[in-house]
Design a protein around this ligand. Structure first.
Ligand code: PHE
Length: 340
């Protein structure tokens, strides 16, 4: 009988309602003539004499608790009052929830995606763990080409090589293998290089790659697209310049600088007093790369570009140290509260 008493007691203590109908159910269940508590009293005569005292007390206690609970809830329902525990001080200030903020890299990535989507680029993604074909070979890196060393690679397996992708250009290859031109896509994502971590370099960073393949795509299209991007990202007055460069997968290749948006080109610490800051690599997709992906290079041409999200964020927000992006220090992150 003691077990049943304990079980009912627990149920009674947990019981709460604001509804008269449910309260009546409670009364019928425990307190009415045919209820569970009177039934226990009925059974009381079977309790061995030496236990009577203890069980009798527990039983009375149970009955009182049920009655008190019933009276209390009845009164609450009738008066519309809700029980307020006396240890809650309603005059204390509220414990404010701290609103979070977007990570600066997410802010910049989203901005890039929006800028390019306005001129018809759609987003696609690829794996971070890549085979040699997608990260190097299909991109026209010869087996012993020194350019493979330009990107210090993390190898997961050797022979056949499986790597952490060193750039998002691997997703170009996947896009061209899977889809037919016209292709107008951007590929944001995380990339990995085996570099010593310092204020200026990290072994993990992010890139946004762009690819446009169609009939008659020219270097003029490339320049105009990136000029538009620079204006949208850094402001109307921004000038751009292209310097010849080399990438195995583009021919011709270039690097694009923008006029320093801090000093306007006069010279300052951000542009190292040159008036220009480098922001991306680009070029016309090498015909070998198109052919590697089953695209007829006589029929189609295209351009590609790639840039580091950290680099753009560092420039835009004048961040001194790339490691801050990965340290999760709230003093850094909360400066971006409210930026969307
Ligand atoms: N993949 C190159 C890099 O990581 C950038 C790039 C992309 C250059 C596309 C040209 C065209 O440095």
């Amino acid at each position: 009988m003691q077990d049943l008493i304990n079980q009912y007691l627990a149920e009674i203590e947990l019981f709460f309602t604001q509804n008269a109908e449910e309260l009546e159910q409670f009364r019928i269940k425990f307190l009415s003539k045919k209820g569970l508590i009177p039934a226990l009293f009925e059974d009381f005569k079977n309790v061995p004499p030496e236990q009577r005292r203890a069980v009798g007390q527990a039983l009375n206690d149970l009955k009182n608790k049920a009655q008190e609970k019933f009276n209390l809830i009845k009164e609450q329902i009738e008066t519309g009052a809700v029980e307020v525990k006396s240890d809650i001080d309603l005059s204390l200030p509220v414990d404010f929830l701290q609103p979070g903020s977007r990570h600066p890299l997410s802010i910049i990535r989203n901005e890039m995606v929006q800028i390019f989507s306005r001129i018809g680029f759609v987003v696609a993604e690829g794996p971070e763990i890549e085979d040699d074909w997608h990260n190097f070979t299909a991109l026209n890196f010869q087996q012993d080409h020194p350019a493979r060393d330009m990107q210090d690679t993390f190898f997961i397996e050797k022979n056949p090589d499986i790597v952490l992708r060193t750039h998002t250009s691997s997703v170009q290859i996947r896009a061209m293998e899977l889809r037919k031109p016209p292709i107008r896509e951007i590929f944001p994502g995380r990339v990995f290089r085996n570099e010593a971590i310092s204020a200026r370099a990290h072994c993990i960073f992010h890139q946004v790659e762009g690819l446009y393949i169609d009939h008659d795509v020219s270097f003029a299209d490339l320049k105009q697209t990136l000029y538009y991007f620079a204006h949208e990202m850094f402001g109307e007055g921004t000038r751009v310049r292209f310097r010849p460069s080399y990438f195995p997968f583009t021919e011709p290749s270039a690097e694009m600088d923008i006029s320093c948006f801090v000093c306007g080109g006069k010279g300052c610490p951000i542009c190292k007093y040159s008036g220009w800051v480098e922001i991306l690599g680009c070029g016309m997709v090498d015909p070998n790369v198109l052919e590697n992906c089953g695209i007829n290079s006589e029929e189609y041409t295209g351009f590609a570009f790639g840039m580091g999200i950290e680099r753009i964020a560092i420039l835009k927000y004048k961040i001194q140290d790339i490691r801050l992006f990965f340290e999760n220090d709230v003093r850094f992150l909360k400066q971006f509260t409210g930026v969307v």
